[in-house]
Design a protein around this ligand. Structure first.
Ligand code: GLN
Length: 311
C-alpha cells in the first residue's frame, strides 16, 4: 500500500468500527453545546489519500466541532504570517507532562510550552488578533476553508455572539498577559480562540484536512496550498511530540503518527506522503482523547504498518 487505498479499505474501516463499538468507556465532555442532541454512541472513521481518494464508515457525515484539533492549523497560519522567529518568541516547542488546559507550567517558565496546548494556542490567537483585530476571524476561516476544500463554517449549535471562552482559559490568558506574552486585548484573543474551536467538520472533512498535511500542504482535491512547505514540517513535528498532550509518548510508541485530538471526540493523524486518517467517537478518557479513537488508531496503525518507524 502506498498512495492508493487497499481494495478492501471500506470493509477494513467497517471492521474497525465493529471491533471497537462494544467499548463504551469514557464520558462526553460536559460543556459543548453540540452535545445536546448527540448520541454518545456516534462512531465514524475516514481515510483520505494524497490523491484525493476517500473511504469512510459509520456516522461519517455527523458534524462536530474542531476544538483542540484546530491548534496545529492555527499554529501553521501563525508561522506562515509571522515566521518562525516571531512565533517562537511567544511559544516554545517542548512537550508537557500536564493536561491540555494546565496553568502550572506557565508559572514555571513563563512561555507556553507548545502551541498544541491551550496556553500556546491562546498565544497564537493573540498574535493573529493583534496583527489584524478586524480581519483575523476571516483569515482563520479562509485558512480552514483551504484545508477543507470548501467554505468553513461554525457549528450550528454555537451562538457566535456568545463565544466567550471558559474561566480557565481566561485565567491562562491573564497569566500570559502578566508575563507579557500577550498584549492587553485579552477578550479579542479569547474570542478568536473560541471561534477556531467551534469550526464545524465531519469525519470525512477531518481526513481531508489530515490528507492536506500529508500532501505537502496542498489540498488533494482542489490543488490549493493551505500552508507553506517550510512550516508544514514544524506543524507535523509538534503534532508528533505534543499533539496528544501528556499521553504523546504512549501515542508515539503505539500509533507512531503525528496527530491531534479534540474534546469533541475527534482525532486526526497524518501519514506523510500518503494519507490522512480520522476517527470520531465522543466518549473521552482522562486526557481528553476519544477512548475508541485511541483504540482504533492503535489497531489501524499496527495492521497497515503506518507508524513513522514501522515503514
Ligand atoms: N475549547 C476547548 C478548551 O479550550 C478545547 C480543548 C480541547 O479540545 N482539548 O478548553
Amino acid at each position: 500500500m502506498d498512495r492508493k487505498l487497499p481494495a478492501d479499505a471500506q470493509a477494513f474501516l467497517q471492521g474497525l468500527l465493529e471491533r471497537h463499538r462494544a467499548n463504551e468507556e469514557g464520558k462526553l465532555t460536559d460543556y459543548l453545546p453540540e452535545f445536546g442532541a448527540t448520541d454518545p454512541g456516534t462512531f465514524a472513521v475516514a481515510v483520505a489519500t494524497v490523491d484525493g481518494e476517500l473511504a469512510c464508515a459509520g456516522d461519517h457525515g455527523h458534524a462536530f466541532t474542531l476544538q483542540s484539533m484546530s491548534k496545529p492549523f492555527i499554529y501553521g497560519l501563525a508561522l506562515d504570517r509571522f515566521g518562525r522567529a516571531d512565533v517562537h518568541r511567544k511559544v516554545s516547542v517542548e512537550p508537557t507532562g500536564e493536561a491540555f488546559n494546565s496553568i502550572i507550567e506557565l508559572e514555571e517558565d513563563h512561555l507556553p510550552y507548545n502551541p498544541m496546548i491551550n496556553s500556546g494556542a491562546i498565544a497564537m490567537s493573540a498574535l493573529l488578533h493583534h496583527a489584524a483585530p478586524e480581519g483575523a476571524a476571516e483569515q482563520i476561516m479562509a485558512m480552514f476553508g483551504a484545508y477543507l476544500g470548501r467554505e468553513a463554517r461554525l457549528h450550528e449549535a454555537v451562538d457566535a455572539g456568545a463565544l466567550g471562552g471558559s474561566h480557565r482559559n481566561r485565567a491562562i490568558a491573564h497569566l500570559l498577559r502578566h508575563f507579557e506574552v500577550i498584549g492587553d486585548d485579552i477578550e479579542g484573543a479569547l474570542s478568536l480562540y473560541a471561534r477556531q474551536c467551534v469550526v464545524a467538520v465531519d469525519t470525512a472533512d477531518l481526513a481531508m484536512m489530515a490528507a492536506t498535511l500529508a500532501n505537502g500542504g496542498v489540498q488533494p482535491r482542489t490543488g490549493c496550498r493551505a500552508i507553506g512547505r517550510d512550516h508544514l514540517r514544524d506543524v507535523l513535528t509538534l503534532m508528533f511530540t505534543c499533539g496528544m498532550y501528556d499521553s504523546s509518548g504512549a501515542w508515539a510508541y503505539t500509533v507512531g503518527l503525528p496527530a491531534k485530538s479534540g474534546v469533541s471526540g475527534g482525532i486526526l493523524a497524518v501519514v506523510p506522503g500518503r494519507m490522512g486518517l480520522a476517527v470520531y467517537s465522543p466518549r473521552l478518557d482522562a486526557h481528553g482523547h476519544s477512548v475508541r479513537g485511541v483504540e482504533v488508531f492503535r489497531s489501524w496503525s499496527a495492521q497497515w504498518r503506518l507508524g513513522m518507524f514501522d515503514r
